[in-house]
Design a protein around this ligand. Structure first.
Ligand code: FAD
Length: 468
């Protein structure tokens, strides 16, 4: 029997559930990938994610070639391309790894239906998480909507089987022997080449492995360092988790077995990722509305000029601006800063969290619908287990606490580099500024007053759903 293995957000050829099951159950397996034209079309020409995916595919293709096989690549609508490939290649089955986003679920259902009409079997496998869908439920059989009990149940359910790698190599000789043409170039796909290396981004399976090795040496410090954006404290693996150039089983197994406090805290972050994935699967309405119905119609004033200032990193709040410039320049933003920037947009600028969510979705290399939505709803207090609405980050104290010497600010807001460690967090409050530096000319004066906006936010949130 001949099967296709359809790669999507799992761009590796080791510890891969769909590839393993396809190889195990078939005599011959052809690896395929489809560039989804409808997903590519709205993206800007210099989209960094497309470049990241392209690099990962190039490496995957080279690795499959080294094993005597290849990667067959099509451009089009996967709902047509996959059944057409199955017909062309006379395949009896298609294997793929599951995706929990509403659009992907609909796409896969459509593909599965068409394949069934052709008499081709559709197999989808759990791969990108340790626990999915309704595998971790409360005692009453309901999905968890609070992280701490979810985390506890997740850890209780964990066993060696869940952490075991899929030994793809055992059946590697069943990969179809064929030669496919080269990958379509980025230019052919309508995109510019992006120099990801210049941005410090390492791509593909080799990039993921290098980052992981680098992090293993630092994991013991994770708890102490992870909140300081100027320090190399986190793993920077998010884009690799997003596109499957690393295996979640390898990562979770390491975190589980390592034993340090840092590794335990890091495992919790991997569990947060799965918490939001299962949440999106159980409550798909969060993709367009608040988790809590009471918060669905908060009357945000949505000032467009303020939104533009936030996007461009010129709000006059140095840490917020540094964060947004990091995002714009590199496609990454440190977790502490995602929380600060998101809170500032919603509770200082009083702008609908969905505007910020959309902006992050455009810019983040690691954009993940479930985590991005979860993070935004957390910051906006509209989500499950969110920051309480009356708790509002002070962007100046966050800056003093998490970037005490202004090292991160200086890196991304160089016009403030000459300010001293005290002044840099709130230049407009400084008694003395460096000679030749003029606030309002060299760097914006703050576009809002935090104390005043805080009161407005409290009033706005206090009125939600008609509550007192
Ligand atoms: P590490 O600290 O090394 O964590 C390891 C991994 O755990 C991450 O790669 C990620 O997969 C997962 N993780 C860590 N924190 C979280 C979290 N709070 N929620 C869910 N998963 C987490 N993460 C994304 O992957 N994609 C997004 O689009 C995204 N948008 C966010 C938006 C907002 C407003 C907020 C507050 C958070 C968002 N996060 C998102 C979560 C988190 O900020 C990033 O996962 C993290 O900064 C990535 O850096 P890292 O890989 O070095 O993380």
């Amino acid at each position: 029997s001949h099967a296709l293995c359809w790669f999507r957000r799992d761009l590796r050829d080791f510890d891969h559930a769909a590839l393993f099951h396809a190889l195990k159950q078939s005599r011959r397996v052809t690896p395929v990938f489809v560039f989804d034209r409808a997903l590519l079309e709205p993206l800007p020409r210099d989209d960094r994610r497309v470049a990241f995916i392209w690099q990962a595919l190039a490496e995957l293709k080279a690795s499959l070639r080294a094993a005597g096989s290849d990667l067959l690549v099509r451009v089009g609508d996967p709902a047509e391309a996959i059944p057409a490939l199955a017909r062309e290649l006379d395949a009896g089955a298609v294997f793929a790894n599951r995706d929990y986003e509403p659009q992907a679920i609909a796409r896969d259902a459509a593909v599965g239906r068409t394949l069934a009409e052709q008499g081709v079997a559709w197999h989808d496998c759990k791969d990108q998480v340790i626990f999915e869908r309704d595998e971790v439920l409360s005692g009453a059989g309901r999905p968890y909507t609070v992280f701490t009990p979810y985390r506890k149940a997740w850890r209780q359910k964990l066993d060696a089987f869940q952490l075991k790698s899929y030994p793809v190599d055992r059946y590697r000789e069943r990969l179809a022997r064929f030669t496919a043409g080269p990958l379509p170039t980025l230019a052919e796909l309508g995109f510019d080449a992006v120099d990801l290396a210049a941005l410090g981004v390492r791509c593909g399976m080799s990039g993921g492995a290098a980052l992981f090795a680098d992090f293993i040496a630092r994991v013991g410090h994770y708890k102490a360092w992870r909140d300081f954006p100027a320090v190399k404290g986190v793993s920077y693996l998010s884009a690799h988790l997003r596109f499957g150039t690393v295996s979640i089983r390898e990562l979770a197994r390491f975190a589980h077995e390592e034993g340090s406090e840092g590794a335990e805290v890091w495992l919790d972050e991997l569990i947060w990722r799965e918490f939001y994935q299962q949440l999106l699967w159980h409550f798909p309405h969060v993709a367009h509305s608040s988790f809590k119905p009471d918060y669905a119609k908060l009357p945000f004033p949505n000032d467009e000029a303020w939104f533009a200032a936030w996007c461009e990193g010129r709000t006059g709040y140095p840490l917020v601006d540094a964060a947004m410039r990091q995002l714009n320049r590199t496609g990454y933003m440190h977790n502490r800063l995602r929380m600060v920037a998101a809170s500032f947009l919603v509770k200082d600028l009083l702008i609908d969290w969905r505007w910020g969510e959309r902006y992050f979705a455009e810019k983040l290399l690691d954009f993940e619908l479930a985590s991005n939505n979860g993070g935004w709803q957390w910051a906006a207090s509209t989500g499950c287990d969110a920051q309480p609405w009356f708790r509002i980050f002070n962007p100046i104290t966050q800056s003093q606490k998490f970037d005490p010497q202004g090292r991160f600010i200086r890196r991304y807001v160089p016009e403030l580099a000459a300010l001293d460690d005290k002044a840099i967090h709130a230049p407009w409050q400084a008694k003395r500024l460096p000679a030749g530096f003029a606030l309002g000319r060299d760097y914006p004066a703050p576009i809002v007053d935090h104390a005043a906006q805080r009161e407005k936010a409290l009033a706005l949130f206090g009125r939600r759903g008609g509550a007192a």
